[in-house]
Design a protein around this ligand. Structure first.
Ligand code: SF4
Length: 331
């Protein structure tokens, strides 16, 4: 998948006539790619735009601008340009896993209906074949074939996420957008679900875009990591480079939040204040009001995402990344 110049602006309406006052620039011109079979972590605080990116890819939101090219059976298809009625065929290549899996599973439907519904929509097999595949997949994700006759409320949070995974796999997708699928689960259950996703990736040659609000969860699962803030990409690199040698001050701050430094030593790393209003982003580098390394140039000039010399497939958007000696992740 190749994403180019992706933007999603939401209008803010005000007044008696409900006129557009300005736009929430949730995603503000981003470029990245995901290789087949790869897991890319997409990380940023709440309000960074990461969930909007996932939703634009599957067209739960229509992008304002930009392209999302995906290889389907040897042809590069630009997803935002596919007419709405053509999206049904395309959608079977993409699935989503949600954080709030309970609300994404219809509580009045049996697991049999929940898991076979996507297959019925995409005309996969007959009823018996769909039930057989559902049972087989339930067992594959660590549940029982007998669970098919139960309802979502009869399962724990981790088991419900396994049902969500079963439903996603039922139509043999190529790509799954995992939108914080383990954030609401206990740490031990998180590890089990992440292990399951990794096993399934090998078995079904899946690509994942794994969205998370901190760098803790994606460390375990990602080949590469994209760090986002206020609708912009600040850094992209292989996981090892992100955790051992961050180039962007925002990445350093996210790492500090999950690192075990000595007491008091993170004071200079943590960001000041909270994420600004995306409808009125700061001038220059959008991080400058919160960045401990900001200089005059940062207030005026927007840094572009540029390749980091000598580091494979790594990019950073910071005026000072070459001179800063940032702290890495500490266990
Ligand atoms: Fe901080 Fe300036 Fe780099 Fe932005 S460009 S992250 S404000 S040092």
């Amino acid at each position: 998948m190749v994403v180019k110049g992706l933007k999603k602006y939401f209008p803010n309406r005000k007044g008696f006539f409900y006129k557009i006052a300005n736009y929430n620039k949730a995603v503000n011109g981003i470029d990245f790619f995901i290789k087949k079979g790869e897991t890319v972590g997409l990380v940023g605080e709440s309000g960074s735009g990461k969930t909007t990116v996932g939703r634009c890819i599957v067209r739960l939101y229509e992008p304002t601008e930009g392209s999302v090219e995906f290889n389907i059976d040897g042809n590069m298809i630009d997803l935002p340009k596919v007419p709405k009625k053509g999206m049904k065929t395309i959608r079977k290549h993409f699935q989503m896993l949600f954080q709030d899996v309970y609300s994404s599973l219809n509580s009045r439907m049996k697991i049999a209906d929940i898991v076979t519904e996507p297959m019925a929509i995409h005309d996969v097999g007959n009823k018996k074949e769909r039930i057989d595949r559902a049972k087989e997949l339930l067992e594959r994700v660590g549940l029982s074939a007998d669970d098919i006759s139960k309802y979502p409320h009869q399962f724990s949070g981790g088991q419900r996420q396994r049902i969500g995974i079963t439903r996603a796999l039922s139509i043999k997708p190529d790509f799954i957008i995992c939108d914080e699928p383990v954030s609401a689960l206990d740490v031990s259950v998180q590890a089990q679900i992440l292990n399951l996703l990794l096993d399934l990736q090998d078995e079904f040659q899946l690509s994942y875009l794994f969205i998370a609000h901190d760098l803790g969860v994606v460390k375990y699962i990602s080949d590469r990591v994209i760090v986002m803030y206020l609708g912009k990409i600040f850094e992209i690199a292989y996981s090892k480079d992100i955790y051992e040698n961050p180039r962007h001050p925002y990445t350093e701050a996210l790492l500090a939040a999950i690192s075990k430094y000595k007491a008091g030593s993170t004071r200079d790393i943590l960001l000041k204040g909270s994420i600004p209003d995306p409808s009125n982003p700061p001038s220059g580098c959008v991080l400058h009001p919160r960045c401990n390394y900001a200089k005059d140039i940062c207030k005026e000039v927007l840094p572009v995402l540029e390749p980091i010399p000598g580091v494979s497939e790594a990019f950073a958007a910071c005026h000072r990344y070459k001179e800063l000696n940032l702290k890495s992740y500490k266990r």
